[in-house]
Design a protein around this ligand. Structure first.
Ligand code: AMP
Ligand code: GLY
Length: 424
């Protein structure tokens, strides 16, 4: 197949590595990609957020499948335009992508579909925000409605800080003040063709910048999969996945189909396992980053068949995805100053030595080639991925590899999957 992947991060690099690992001779193109992606796929100079440009390119180049990585092209309507022109595309249209683009829309769909989620109050002014904070009590959770690149949410015990956050984001529109939910977080992906839904394997993401979940929220500093503790806390991964499929994914996909905005693509359920059961904290309309980097290396069935079946409405006839029992861990290497003010343009060294570690590959998140040098071009720079038979093995490999990499001022968390090893 000729496959065009839109996006430029480690998630897209991981998707492409997975497609190429099938050994099916796919021709993979990426727009715009990055330096690491350019080593394995053909980079195309194309604005991924421009529906007309993407569709014209896909038509002219005879692309068989377009896979949309990030949310921006979804919200820009790239999938709608491709579908109107008969190009198979993995990614929801603009309307269904509101599940990620608007937290208020997501809450409405969850309510209509009877999906378990925290209580939320809408606040359109500071006075309403104060009333909502006092009604729900501390810890306070304040969320901006639209896409805010991970910066729209604050969780705090400090009422003044919650109000300051509300004041900052209110000019952009109404806020949601949410009930605080406590428990471990799980990211679970579902592939949907608009009607049929199939689950992938759960992962856990580390959202805070520093060890022990200190520091600001980020796009994600590391992840691991599977989640062995689901066996003790939930009776098993299979049971957990089946319950989320039945109580969350299927009702949401059914509701969106009923509203004539079918969800074709990746439904990302961000969940908290509270003492009173599973609750949805957010949906995304795309693969998660960095969770994808640990879910896809464990996928034992071809990714291209799965995504193509979803794009062409034939998921009910496709083979169910199967996962290897291996463990996978990723540790993100971030630029100095990330997430507030990342320093870019610095030289990266040591990638050959890092990649030579058994079971390791490096997904590039924000890299550019400058002559002979590879330089960092964003906040999250590399996602070092390691697989192994046990977490002790994959974690040791990931940290040995990241220790080989040089990037002035860079930082990473040193506790990814640490608690899983202690619990083993
Ligand atoms: P979101 O952008 O909605 O995923 O929120 C970012 C992070 O804030 C989540 O991964 C959680 O760690 C935290 N968070 C969001 N909503 C809640 C909530 N209702 N209760 C507790 N923590 C939350
Ligand atoms: N890792 C969180 C996200 O992809 O939104």
């Amino acid at each position: 197949m000729k496959i065009l992947v839109l996006g430029s991060g480690a998630r897209e690099h991981a998707i492409i590595v997975s497609l190429l690992s099938e050994g099916a001779g796919h021709e993979v193109l990426a727009a715009p990609g990055n330096a690491g992606i350019g080593r394995v796929a053909t980079l195309v100079d194309l604005d991924p957020n421009d529906p007309v440009a993407v569709t014209n390119f896909a038509d002219d180049a005879g692309v068989n499948l377009v896979v949309i990585g990030p949310e921006a092209p979804l919200v820009a309507g790239v999938a709608d335009r491709l579908r109107e022109n008969g190009v198979p595309v993995f990614g929801p249209g603009r309307a269904a992508a509101q599940l990620e683009g608007s937290k208020a829309f997501a809450k409405r769909i969850m309510q209509a579909a009877g999906v378990p989620t925290g209580r939320a109050l809408r606040a359109a002014s500071l006075i309403e925000a104060e009333a909502a904070l006092d009604e729900l009590g501390a810890p306070y959770v304040v969320k901006a409605d639209g896409l805010a690149a991970g910066k729209g949410v604050i969780v705090t015990e400090d009422r003044a800080a919650a109000l300051a956050h509300a004041a900052e984001f209110l000019p952009q529109g109404a806020l949601l003040i949410e009930e605080f939910l406590s428990g471990p977080e799980v990211s679970l992906f579902f592939v949907s063709d608009g009607h049929t839904v199939v689950p992938l394997s759960p992962a856990q993401d580390y959202k805070r910048a520093l060890d022990d979940d200190e520091g600001p929220n980020t796009g994600g500093m590391g992840a691991y999969s599977p989640l062995p503790w689901l066996s003790t806390q939930f009776g098993g991964e299979e049971e957990f996945v089946a319950e989320v499929q039945r109580t969350v994914a299927e009702p949401v996909v059914r509701e969106l189909a009923n509203e004539q905005t079918p969800f074709i693509g990746l439904l990302y359920a961000g969940l908290i396992l509270t003492d009173s059961g599973i609750r949805v904290i957010e949906f995304n309309a795309r693969f998660g980053d960095p969770e994808t980097q640990v879910v896809l290396p464990r996928l034992a069935t071809p990714l291209s068949s799965l995504l193509f079946a979803a794009a062409s409405g034939t998921l009910d006839e496709a083979d169910a995805p199967r996962f290897a029992l291996d463990t996978a861990v990723t540790v993100v290497l971030a630029s100095e100053g990330y997430p507030e003010a990342p320093q870019t343009g610095r030289v990266i060294t040591g990638l050959d030595a890092a990649s030579a570690v058994d079971g390791v590959h490096i997904a590039h998140a924000a890299t550019t080639q400058r002559g002979d040098e590879l330089v960092a071009s964003g906040g999250r720079v590399l996602s070092v991925v390691a697989v192994g038979t046990t977490f002790a093995e994959s974690v040791e490999r990931a940290y040995r590899a990241i220790g080989e990499i040089g990037l002035d001022g860079s930082h990473y968390r040193s506790d990814i999957a640490a608690r899983v090893i202690e619990g083993n």
